[in-house]
Design a protein around this ligand. Structure first.
Ligand SMILES: NC(=O)c1ccc[n+]([C@@H]2O[C@H](COP(=O)([O-])OP(=O)(O)OC[C@H]3O[C@@H](n4cnc5c(N)ncnc54)[C@H](OP(=O)(O)O)[C@@H]3O)[C@@H](O)[C@H]2O)c1
Length: 429
């Protein structure tokens, strides 16, 4: 006899948790029609049960222990919206006893995704995490279902709304990095401690989650070479514009015959690219598949309702499975052995900006450093500065990443170089 009620245990009732409860109430009839049963939240775990919340928790047991909710007999489905490493234990506990989990926790998936998926497959449960990468954009469901068997050649993505907002604001309004960060914080797009966003670590976690689905490869996010946008100057964005580029923080996964080239860094991208039009707090995921060709997923990567909608999408699939007594995900997918192209061997173009003493012979010294590691110049622009300084902007031809970095180290040591050189990769494939 199929269940007419699916009982939900909800961990966390903050921004996303409250958004989820709102959608659950407002879309009750639609949800019942698509699941074939009513979804009822039976238990909630929060840090402070006495806190005022913008949602009605009448009839729900509100407590403080996430593990107790994960183990409760009156929970058929666990939704984890607390976040962080401490949720590993409750999520494991639910999966071990065959209870499917929906989570928005990127850290958990990026660090323990492989283990949790295997655990779920062994216990005939599932773990879904649409909201963990790309927020409200349903890219993981697309990869899991419609694109399940596609062979992807590359995935290039803007996955962090905070940094994208900062770069867009610098470019559009001519504000410097600190002012743009402040604007992002006052609009609620950036955390009070934005380190995870600015350092690129947030993008690397989301990239690892997407790569597991798109390339069936288990990648430790900490092993992805990662650079953030700290130190990006307004002048770099002006120079990008001069040469027909815009600057984005990219998560990159390129499959070639030598392996998967994975990296996170700010990049100059041509203005004609679709990703160049992904501005402000929006996210974009650009994929190229063997059969499908190019695709762009675009939308909001965060926010209460976009994220809650992604959670609800996963919950509906998991609840349908519960009602039907089946699971739509196959046995733990066989993953490809990890075959990576090291960053040193990646071939890429670079933008370099140098502040040097404005005197004869300096350009020749810079050229010697570049030539010494086989890096050739495609375009160069020199502007006279103040106090006897000159600013030199160089776009290189494609070269080995390690060779360019070596050349930049050499340039930085030249006595005529007044400031640490700026070096940003150009993504133009
Ligand atoms: N916000 C977004 O736009 C967004 C987007 C994508 C993904 N996510 C992910 O969604 C998850 C939730 O984010 P959020 O923005 O909703 O966070 P949040 O507003 O800070 O809410 C966290 C909730 O967890 C509860 N909580 C924290 N520690 C707890 C503990 N030790 N035991 C019991 N309850 C605890 C809090 O309780 P109290 O309410 O009592 O303090 C609160 O209800 C995170 O994994 C986040 O990365 C968020």
């Amino acid at each position: 006899m199929p269940s007419s009620v699916v009982r939900i245990g909800l961990l966390g009732c903050g921004v996303v948790g409250q958004g989820f409860l709102r959608l659950l109430r407002e879309r009750e009839r639609l949800i019942r029609d698509s699941v074939g049963a009513t979804l009822r939240v039976t238990r909630v775990a929060v840090r402070d049960p006495a806190k005022h919340r913008e949602c009605d928790l009448t009839g729900i047991r509100v407590a403080t222990d996430p593990l107790a909710v994960a183990n409760a007999e009156d929970v058929d489905l666990l939704i984890e919206l607390i976040g962080g490493e401490s949720m590993l234990e409750p999520v494991r506990a639910a999966l071990q006893r065959g209870i499917s989990v929906v989570t928005a926790n990127k850290h958990l998936l990026a660090v323990h995704g492989g283990e949790l998926e295997r655990l779920a497959a062994d216990s005939k449960s599932t773990i879904r995490s649409e909201a963990s990468a790309g927020g409200g954009i349903p890219v993981l469901q697309a990869l899991e279902h419609g694109l399940r068997t596609e062979h992807f050649q590359f995935l290039v993505a803007i996955l962090n709304g905070t940094t994208n907002y900062i770069l867009s604001t610098m470019e559009r309004d001519g504000r410097d990095f600190a002012e743009a960060l402040q604007a992002a914080q006052s609009l609620g797009f950036a955390e009070s401690d934005p380190t995870l966003d600015l350092s690129g670590a947030d993008t690397a976690q989301k990239l690892a989650i997407l790569v597991r689905r798109a390339f069936r490869m288990d990648v430790a996010y900490g092993s992805i070479p990662t650079e953030g946008i700290i130190g990006m100057e307004l002048e770099d964005l002006r120079q990008a514009d001069r040469f027909g580029y815009t600057v984005k923080l990219l998560g990159i996964a390129l499959l070639n015959s030598e392996g998967l080239d994975l990296r996170v860094h700010p990049a100059f991208i041509p203005k004609r690219y679709l990703l160049a039009a992904v501005r402000d707090e929006f996210n974009g995921i650009y994929l190229r598949g063997e059969a499908t060709g190019s695709m762009l997923f675009y939308g909001k990567g965060a926010g209460a309702l976009p994220t809650a909608q992604a959670v609800l999408g996963d919950v509906i699939v998991a609840a349908r499975e519960f009602v039907a007594g089946v699971r739509f995900l196959g046995a733990a997918e066989k993953h490809e052995p990890e075959r990576r192209l090291p960053l040193d061997a990646v071939r890429t173009k670079y933008y370099l900006r140098l502040i040097v003493e404005d005197r004869p012979g300096v350009l020749a010294q810079v050229a010697a450093c570049l030539g010494g590691t086989n890096v050739s110049v495609a375009q160069m622009f020199q502007a006279e500065g103040i106090r006897g300084e000159a600013s030199i902007t160089i776009l290189t031809h494609e070269a080995r990443d390690r060779d360019v970095r070596e050349a930049v180290k050499g340039i930085a040591k030249l006595p005529a170089v007044r400031k640490t050189p700026r070096a940003v990769r150009i993504f133009d494939i």
